[in-house]
Write a protein that binds this ligand. Sequence first.
Ligand SMILES: [Zn+2]
Length: 194
Amino acid sequence: MQRREASYKQPRIFTISNEISPASRNRRGRAAIRAACYSRVRMNASGTDFEFMKAALEEARVAGEGQEVPIGAVVVVEGAIVARAGNRTITDCDPTGHAEIVALREAARKIGNHRLTGATLYVTIEPCAMCAGAMIQARIARLVYGADDPRAGAVRSCFSVLDHESLNHRVEVTAGVLADESLESLRAFFAARR
Ligand SMILES: [Zn+2]
């Protein structure tokens, strides 16, 4: 537990705008694209990004009170929150009960469409491979997350699921929004268990 807590780190806010290009078809092209992604670091998080991330942090806090790992997510469509959730893996005895999955399910139900085209998902920690896959399935437009997860992160830390060259859908990514607060809730959660 201690190692996991210590391994979370705070990224700078950055955005990957990963357009599909012919260069993505070969190895050298992909390396160049990856380098370009990381050089395109921009402080482009808006004020509303911080507001919605605060809502995700509140979900994380509630999850932590329920003895879940404190990670929270909200789905925003046309400037309004349509779904919010914290981790529920223990509560529901469900290995897929990550905050992102629970929030995406709720959003799809509310909207009445399994495609969440135009939606933005806010989550306090870099999503895992399962959740990144679900975002592709839901066709969300944008992901905003707080802190990197070097042990399981599937946006850039361990895997780069969202910009895999074989996928037709692209998700814009903004990372590092309220990363300190995201890390602090995890630190407090794991510290209380030592
Ligand atoms: Zn996940």
